[in-house]
Design a protein around this ligand. Structure first.
Ligand code: UD1
Length: 458
């Protein structure tokens, strides 16, 4: 007999992901599998696991679910898309992809698109069970409450049937080992088994689970691969979505800690599945990462910061209370301090934007210093324009840089300036009204105000 997981790598595989559910229980306009966990649609998590496990992918969507197809092909561009025109059960959904099965693969994996915590390793192990000679491998788990799940009926180490709860006898309902949903079928037998499945059951649906009894009748073996309950969480309502999010965050935080990142209060840090954190990065409490963030080694993200689509360079410092929006790029040792928002802007090595600023559509050159309250006025109501600040430039506090505008290397901008014209390198630009001092005027003013005062009534 071949050697399990090792030989699974040499076998071909087709993963069929069932994503046709509308998710009525989500009470949402968004198809169920597009609801996000850790910044990515549930379907994307499943497909990433599929991609890591190797082979081709087919995704079964519902009628008109183009958005689901697009989301799938964003993860696996050559994923084949099939439409299940009517919802008639899990086997019916798999058969929507019959054409892909017919092309031939050693292993056919069937995975539900609403199980975002499924791990690539589990898919590999299921393939390993087929490689060892079984015709079917099913993931089993033992939930605290088995209500609603299909029960795995076994004889010795062989799975002889899966009984849906509605169709189960009292004795079968007492079985605690349940069907997690994911199934692997030997490609050589898959279509023959699937096309024999009927709808003679309580729901009048074509149950994928009936594949087990049909295989047994053909003298083909089915096996159970027991895994933890968390991995098979099927998310079909918002409570389970929140539970899935919490479980995914736990996983991501654990992986970050393991990789050499300090999370001062892990339970308060929210990561995305694609967040990349370098070694010796320190994340203070209450930091939220949206999709597309990279934080390089030794950078510090101070408390209460929000990052999305941002790249933070080696040893850079962000926050507290900073917001990095898509396209924010911080160089080595750059500093973005409290109440600073950065969008589509590069803050080059050693540059500082320390307090209360908006820097959008801009470049802040190396070692430049942007004073408190500086605003890049990037939007004229119709178009966005660029602000280019040269290396070692110094922007005085409370300045408005009206883009498009260029501040040369080493230039100075006086505090409170409104800069509308380019400033050459090493020049000083002051764009504000000259101060007027009127001796004794304050005293006169007070008298004038006092004269005008009305007597309090009553
Ligand atoms: C299924 C299993 C059950 C298992 C449970 C684990 C069957 C018959 N039952 O039950 O044994 O314990 O999962 O969660 O397989 N889908 C389609 N098209 C359809 C029907 C379903 O795409 O026509 C998709 C659903 O959107 C969902 C998945 O398949 O993502 C499971 O379908 P559902 O009908 O919810 O099965 P369960 O009742 O959860």
């Amino acid at each position: 007999m071949e050697g399990g997981v090792a030989s699974a790598r040499t076998r071909t595989c087709l993963a069929i992901v069932l994503a046709a559910g509308e998710g009525t229980r989500m009470k949402s306009e968004l198809p169920k599998v597009l609801h996000a966990i850790a910044g990515a649609p549930m379907l994307a998590h499943v497909l990433r696991a599929v991609a890591a496990a190797g082979g081709k992918a087919a995704v079964v969507v519902g009628p008109g679910q183009d958005t689901v197809a697009k989301a799938a092909q964003k993860v696996i561009p050559d994923a084949a898309i099939f439409t299940q025109t009517e919802r008639r059960g899990t086997a019916h959904a798999v058969l929507a992809a019959a054409e892909a099965i017919r092309k031939g693969a050693d292993d056919i994996l069937v995975i539900f698109g609403d199980t975002p915590l499924i791990r690539p390793d589990t898919l590999q192990r299921m393939r390993g069970v087929l490689a060892e000679g079984a015709a079917i491998a099913v993931v089993g788990f033992r939930p605290a409450d088995p209500t609603g799940y299909g029960r795995l009926v076994t004889k010795g180490d062989t799975l002889i049937a899966i009984r849906e709860e509605r169709d189960a006898s009292p004795a079968e309902r007492a079985i605690m080992l349940c069907n997690g949903g994911a199934m692997a079928l030997a490609g050589a037998h898959a279509l023959k088994i699937l096309t024999e499945i009927g709808d003679d059951n309580a729901k009048k649906e074509f149950y994928l689970t009936d594949a087990v009894e049909i295989a047994a009748r053909k003298g083909l073996a089915a096996k159970v691969l027991e895994i933890g309950e968390d991995e098979v969480l099927g998310v079909d309502n918002r409570t389970k979505l929140a539970r899935g999010e919490a479980m995914m965050q736990e996983k991501l935080r654990a992986a970050a800690l393991e990789a050499g990142v300090t999370l001062v209060a892990p339970e308060t840090v929210f990561l995305c599945a694609d967040t990349k954190l370098g070694r010796d990065v320190v994340i203070e409490p209450y930091v939220v990462f949206g999709p597309g963030c990279v934080v390089e080694d030794k950078a510090v993200i101070h408390a209460f910061s929000h990052l999305e689509g941002a790249h933070v360079g080696v040893g850079a410092s962000v926050g507290p209370y900073a917001r990095l929006r898509p396209g924010a790029k911080l160089g080595k040792g750059a500093k973005v301090g409290n109440y600073v928002e950065v969008k589509a802007a590069t803050i080059e090595d050693g540059a500082k934007v320390n307090h209360l600023s908006y820097v959008g559509d801009a470049r802040v050159g190396q070692n430049a210093n942007v004073g408190a309250g500086t605003i890049t006025c990037n939007y004229d109501g119709a178009n966005k324009h660029l602000t280019d600040i040269g290396a070692n430039a110094f922007i005085g506090s409370n300045s408005a840089l009206v883009a498009p505008v260029k501040i040369g290397d080493g230039a100075y901008v006086g505090t409170g300036s409104v800069i509308t014209d380019d400033v050459p390198a090493d020049a000083l630009a002051i764009g504000r009204a000259r101060q007027v001092v009127k001796e004794g005027y304050a005293e006169r003013l007070r008298k004038m105000i006092g004269m005008g005062k009305k007597k309090p009534s009553g």
